[in-house]
Write a protein that binds this ligand. Sequence first.
Ligand SMILES: *[C@@H]1O[C@H](CO)[C@@H](O)[C@H](O)[C@H]1NC(C)=O
Ligand SMILES: *[C@@H]1O[C@H](CO)[C@@H](O)[C@H](O)[C@H]1NC(C)=O
Ligand SMILES: *[C@@H]1O[C@H](CO)[C@@H](O)[C@H](O)[C@H]1NC(C)=O
Ligand SMILES: *[C@@H]1O[C@H](CO)[C@@H](O)[C@H](O)[C@H]1NC(C)=O
Ligand SMILES: *[C@@H]1O[C@H](CO)[C@@H](O)[C@H](O)[C@H]1NC(C)=O
Ligand SMILES: *[C@@H]1O[C@H](CO)[C@@H](O)[C@H](O)[C@H]1NC(C)=O
Ligand SMILES: *[C@@H]1O[C@H](CO)[C@@H](O)[C@H](O)[C@H]1NC(C)=O
Length: 518
Amino acid sequence: MEKLQVLSFWIIMVTWTVPGLCNQTNIVLVVTDDQDLTLGGLTPMVKTQKIIANMGVTFTNAFVTTPICCPSRASMFSGQYQHNHQTLNNSVSGGCSGPYWQQHVEPQAWPALLHQAGYTTFYAGKYLNQYGYRKTGGATHVPAGWDWWIGLVGNSRYYNYTLSVNGTAVFHSDDYLTNVIEAFGLEFLRQHHVTEKNFLMVLAPPAPHAPFTPAPKYKDHYKNVTAMRTPNFNVPVFRDKHWLLQMPPSPLPDSMLPELDRVYRQRWETLLSVDDLIESMVMKLESLGLLDKTHFIVTSDHGYHVGQFGLPWDKRQPYEMDIRIPLMMRGPGLPHRQMDTHSVLNIDFAPTFLAMADLEAPPWMDGISFFPLSKQNADDGTGMDRKFLIEYQGEGSRKTVSPNCLYDEADTLSNCVPEQMCKCQDARNNTFTCVRHLKPHITPHLMSSYNFLFCKFRDSENFTEAYDLNVDPYQLNNLALSLSPAVENKYMSWLEHLKSCSGLSCQLHHDSDAQSSP
Ligand SMILES: *[C@@H]1O[C@H](CO)[C@@H](O)[C@H](O)[C@H]1NC(C)=O
Ligand SMILES: *[C@@H]1O[C@H](CO)[C@@H](O)[C@H](O)[C@H]1NC(C)=O
Ligand SMILES: *[C@@H]1O[C@H](CO)[C@@H](O)[C@H](O)[C@H]1NC(C)=O
Ligand SMILES: *[C@@H]1O[C@H](CO)[C@@H](O)[C@H](O)[C@H]1NC(C)=O
Ligand SMILES: *[C@@H]1O[C@H](CO)[C@@H](O)[C@H](O)[C@H]1NC(C)=O
Ligand SMILES: *[C@@H]1O[C@H](CO)[C@@H](O)[C@H](O)[C@H]1NC(C)=O
Ligand SMILES: *[C@@H]1O[C@H](CO)[C@@H](O)[C@H](O)[C@H]1NC(C)=O
């Protein structure tokens, strides 16, 4: 027994010290669609918590820089803020899978760089909302850098969808998409190259996006679960929040709450299939002896709200429910059961995955690598005290405003339907930029901590919202009118800087007036 241990110790030491390619690891990234962190979105993923979180690191302060699918995914792949990658909304006209993206950003996204460095690459699932349609090149367009490409045409759905399988459109009517993604993943791992060459897998299931359809075996699994009644659940909104939230009805009538409960519960049910997918990938990697050479990351494209501030269900808001994401990672050398409080952003994924492949992040990337974790320990203004930008361009579209909702300004509103009491979920003037400022406590006695949000809306009122999350975690108390001029100016100057930052200039290093706590 002892001899065996000594032997395996030396085997580990030898493989550990071989220079060059040995530093590269396989990467498996699971990106869910619309999965929240703050409303218990991870609760149904019990197996994932056991085999990823408990065997690795959980990032407790992970954020997206824009709370909407296509722009956020564009940030995840490019490592850039949306003002730099120019995907501004979910439409082709707003850049989603549009010409600028396909010609200038996609070919130098991190998966393409990994592919150039010799990785075998695999993608399965939802990509960008406008991917695969005729106007964006159809299913024959396979983004640069992918060996295996199983891209969902259009937005998330569970049945009746088209996949681009290596550039060929294949329609599925009755196959549950999450299960199909899992099957492709296993097929990829059955090829013998995976033991010979490094690989990247991205698995992007539709769950828990609308229409929230669980797999048959999980239907009604959470029959008795109800939407989380957070302190900001269905609170009436008065003049202290931006225009969209003041729209009637506020709060939602009690008659609508069972519908919120149903949405919440079915979201959980769809995630059970993702839990199965993750388990089966981990088991397969383990049986191939590859688990110890693989970084396995689980995250979401942004958060979600169900009922908070009287909003029915959606994202698109600057509040915690929408901008915080689950993020957990296991991999070689990583500690187990570790909670990491550094601020980590979707724009950091690109430099991080490049670092896992021993590659430098190119200068146009706005994020910073959080790998290896030890690199962040220095308080260099990037990890522990971080100010970052949240930007969102509100959508307005006649197509998504139901005629039964009787709004004149149909072009400036969107997602207004009778099933949600005609409470619109978006509007052109739901356009904002915010600074999120986070500096967690390291040692309770030594450090002042910050946990602040400062937002400016581009509407007729130049509406401002500001929250001190240290004392007001549910964002009930807008401080905009009570900020001292010094504090307001500080946040305004950070905001102005970040709105046009790029590359290195997106890291605001020195907190010159850290003493003037807001
Ligand atoms: C691999 O990692 C070791 C130790 O961290 C480092 O010294 C070496 O330069 C790395 N190799 C490459 C090719 O980057
Ligand atoms: C997709 O293309 C790759 C690379 O040519 C090939 O190895 C793989 O078998 C193809 N996958 C499918 C599902 O056709
Ligand atoms: C797929 O679409 C067809 C035609 O609209 C419909 O009849 C069928 O029920 C759908 N299948 C599923 C599984 O939703
Ligand atoms: C769910 O609720 C029903 C009706 O209220 C009750 O009979 C049943 O025992 C509950 N099931 C669970 C698992 O709590
Ligand atoms: C998306 O953005 C483009 C460019 O700003 C705009 O023309 C278009 O109307 C937007 N789409 C929606 C649905 O708001
Ligand atoms: C926002 O846009 C709507 C629709 O055009 C308009 O009615 C409303 O007055 C605007 N509110 C603000 C604060 O700009
Ligand atoms: C909003 O800000 C713009 C630009 O800073 C300014 O010109 C305008 O007067 C402001 N409007 C209001 C209502 O404060």
